[in-house]
Each structure stands twice: as C-alpha cells, then as structure tokens.
Design a protein around this ligand. Sequence first.
Ligand code: ATP
Ligand code: MG
Length: 609
Amino acid sequence: MAVLTFISIRQFEQSIKEEMHRRLDSNRRELSALLTEIENYLFDFGQVKSRDPNLAFGMSLNQKSALRSKLSDWIVDSKLSRLSAFDSTGRLLISYLREGNSVIKSQHSLENADVFIPEAVREELEYKEHVLYRDASRRFGLELITYNRVHNSSGKVVGFLEQSINLSGEYLKDLKERLLVDLVVTDSQLNPVVSTDDQFLQISPGMFTANQEPSAFKIRDLEYFIAPLQVDARAGQFALAAVSSLEGSKITVERLTRLLVSVSGVLIFILAVTLMALSRFVVKPLNELVVAAERVAGGDYAPLKLRRWAPSEIERLSVSFGQMVARINESRAQLQEKVQQLQVANENLKETQAQLVHSAKMVGLGQLVAGIAHELNNPISFVYANIRHLKEHTAKLFDTIKEFSAKAGVKEAQAILSKNEFEYIEADLPKLISSFEEGSQRVKEIVTGLRSFSRSEDQQAHGFDVNEGLKTTLSLISGELKTRINVKTSFGDLPEIQCVSGQINQVFMNILTNAAQAIPGEGEISVATKSKGDFVIVEIADNGEGMSAETQKRIFEPFYTTKPVGEGTGLGLSISYSLIQKHGGKIEVTSKPGKGTKFTISLPVSANV
Ligand SMILES: Nc1ncnc2c1ncn2[C@@H]1O[C@H](COP(=O)(O)OP(=O)(O)OP(=O)(O)O)[C@@H](O)[C@H]1O
Ligand SMILES: [Mg+2]
C-alpha cells in the first residue's frame, strides 16, 4: 500500500511536469498568435489612418495643432501605446504616449529634440508603403511598431505615421492574468529587460535561445520552467518567454501526498480489520473444515467436533459436513454389521459344507467298512472256530499213524514214515495251525475294529473306553506304522466317557494319519492318555516336520491343506475340531517346524451330546 502510494505520488508529479510543459507550449503559441494579432492591428490601424486627408493636409502644412487633435483622438480610441507623426524628412512632429491604461501624454520634449525615424526604416520607407519595426528596451519592453507613408492628394509623401504597442508594464500584467504565467521580454542580446516578476530579470540569455522544449531552471531553490518565443527584429533576435513555477503544483502534490498517506493508513487499517475478521470467521473455520475433510478422506470417521461460529454460510457448511460425517459413520456401522453377519453366514456355510462332505464321506466309508466287516466276519468266524477242531483232529491223526506204524512191520513202517518226512510234519503242522490261529485271531480283531469304527453313523452316545478306541484306530493304520514308525503308547486309567464313539475314533484316525504323513522317513508317534478331573486327556505327538506359525493358525479352517492336490482335502482337522466341540471338548496344537507337533484333546467324561 505504501509503495503504491509512493508510486502514485511520483506519477502524479510526473504528470504535473508534463502538464506544465504542455501548458507552457500552448502559452508560447498563444504569445506568437498575440504578436501576429498586434502586428495586424498595427498594420490595419496605420493603413486606415495614414489615408486620412486631414492628416496629409496637417502634415504638408505643418499644422501641429490640427495634427495634435487628430492624433490625440485616435490614440484614445485605440489600443496603441504610442502614436507619432513625422514630416517628410522623417523628423518627429507630434507624439502621444499612453501611460498606464488610459492616460495619454503628449511628448513635447521629444518633439523639440529633433528625433528622427531610425535611418534603416527611413530608407525602407522610400520604396515601401509601410514597415514593421520591432525593438526591446528596459523602458518599453517589447515594442511592435509600424510606419506608414502619408500622401497628399497628388500622391506626394508628406510625412509618416508611427504607431506602436509595447509589451511591458500594464500590458504584460494583463497578459499574465490571462495566461496565468509570468512573462519575460529580452533585448536583442537575449538579456531579460522587462518581466512581470523582477526576479526573472536574472535569467541567463542561454535560457532564451531557441523555441526549444520548455526547460527548467532554479532561483533560490525553487524550480521554474521557461518556454521562450523567438522574435526576429532588425537589431537581432528578441525573446518573449512564458515562465511558470511548479510551486503551486508542489503544494498540491504535498496535500495530495498527505491525503493519500492518510487514505492509505485508513485503508490499511480497514484491510487489517477485514483480514482479521476474514481469518477469524472464514479462514479459520474453513481451515478446520479442510483438516476435518482430510481426516475423513484419510479414513478417520470419528465424529467431528467442529467449533460453532457466528451464524454464517460457513457455519451451515460445517454443520452439514458434520451431519454428513455422522451419516457416513452410521452407514459404515451398518455396513460393518452386515459384513460381520455375512462373514458368520459364510463361516457357517463352509462348516455345513464341510460337514456335508464329511458325512457323505463317512456314510460311504462306513457302508464300505461295514460291508467288508460283515462279509469277512462269517468266513473268519468259522475259520477261527474250526481251527480248534483242526488242532484236535491233527493230534488224533498223528496218534493214529503212530499206532498203525507200531502194529505193522516196523521196518516198512519206518521206511514209509521217513519217506514222507513224518517227523518233520508232526513237528511243523501244529506250528502251521498255530500261525493260522494267530492269523485268523488277528483278522477277527480287524473285523471287530472295522465294525466298531463303522458304527460312526450310529449317532447315539454310549459309554466308550478311549484307550480301546485308540488301540482299534492304531490297529487299523498299523500296517503303515509298523514299517517306518515306532508307536509308543502310555495308556492311563480312564473312566468310560459318554460319546459317539465312531466320531471320536474318526478324530483319532485323522490326527494319527496326519502325524504319520508329517514324518517323512522313520520316526516316532507317542500316544498318551490320562484322566484329569472330569476330563479325559489324549495327547498324540509326532517328531515330524512340524508347522509354521501361519499354518498353525489355519489348520482348523475347512479345506485348508498344504498337501498336493489329490492328497489332502483339508477337511480332517476342521471336522475333528467340530466333532470335539460337539462333545464339549477342546482340541489344541503346539508345533515347531522341524521338531514335531503335539495335539492335545480333552473330552468331558459325561458329555451332553
Ligand atoms: N501332525 C502334523 N504335522 C505337521 N502338519 C500337520 C499335522 N497335522 C496337520 N498338519 C497340517 O494341517 C493341514 C490340515 O490338516 P487336515 O487334516 O485338516 O487336512 P489334510 O491332512 O491336508 O487333508 P486330509 O485330512 O483331507 O487328508 C495339513 O495339510 C498339514 O499341513
Ligand atoms: Mg488330514
């Protein structure tokens, strides 16, 4: 604002200077026009008056009194400064001078002092009707003079009429008032001789040289501008100059400066107050809104605590923004609720699907196992039942052969017996029969195991010996276990628990199969049971490859498997988990990659299945 004010003042000063130049230039033109006007006036005047017959008559007869009355009348009615009559030799006869504005004086002293028309003018008047003469002096200032020849009726020159107007004294003062500038007149050496203000008589001739651009000079530290007009004259060049100072304008500039400074001060104050108000009531609340909007854009939907501002559009804006955020919050909460519901539904769906798959699998497996067990049960039963008879019958058979051989010829009988390796057969056959017995005993056990396992569709809870369940399950998978895995068991004294045995066996089966699959070569699986309060605890540990923390977190998810496609469905543990839960029990896992895994199952003794 201060800089603006400073620049404005500078520009204003500059324009004032330019304006001054223009004004002085136009003054100079006016002065030039004025000189022409005066000279034309003088020519016209001289032309008209020189033709007056009374004038010629008075001159030719040298009738001074007649001439005097004529000339005094004429000068009074004119603008002339001086009016004179000369005889035919060029000697002054009568001369009237205007002093001040109206006083006309006869110049007797001159009339008696043999004054002549300047010689050069006189010579020119020999062949010219009228002549213009310009002169400048301290007394008369710039004098514009015209001379006219005066003829008598026969055309003879009887005298000369001289009329002049002086640009000095009163005339210059009038001009100053009209043009509002000071005026300076110089002589033919361009030295100032007359001025409307005496101080300008000190101006050096150099300032008047040409019709140049208005130039500046200083008197007593005040700056003035001058526009000189060159006037050609017989004696050389005079100058008529218009002079003006910047003083008036300077005062105006000072006043304007003061005004501008105070206006700027007031404006700065108003601006400051407006800015403060703007900052308090617009920028600050807007800033708060922007910060809040950025917070919301960054995902922070916490309810907004916007300050309350004076009633305004901004307040309305912040209130609506706050409402909008509140509504977003509401919608988000609803959305989150819906998402949670969907997640739960999805989990349930997955579980249901897993269970459907499982029960389908179990139905199929159960039917197969039950069928096989049933088919095997009868033949193995009668094989097993008949082995006792077979034993008895072979013992009897051996006794019979021995009796026969004792009764018959000893030699022949001995030869037949040794030929058919009787002794060897007698020793080996009971062993063979014992191994049949053992084999069929084992097959019977397997069939019993299969039958107990296939009771999984039997959803009725009944008393169950967990140790027996584990033994059966181990016997079902012992084929694989025997070759590469050492199974260590430590069965504690357990009470029977109430459960759906098929389902609990299924859990043992899943965990033992996983354990076996987690051991790449040879390894160990330990199975331990114990009773703890109202619970039966089963621990199944392996020293297989173990699990990463990431896998551990997900093993109970349906369909989560790390096994190649076709080898694992990822259902084993998720089914086990839901079965144990159904029985009111718990299944937990601890594992270390490379070290092994331990599953701990706790089952309530009296589950409410
Ligand atoms: N004893 C264990 N040692 C190491 N990893 C195990 C063990 N038991 C389970 N896992 C991991 O848990 C995953 C899930 O086991 P789950 O029994 O649910 O499915 P699966 O064995 O892969 O497939 P399926 O049981 O249908 O054959 C396995 O793929 C395996 O990565
Ligand atoms: Mg499995």
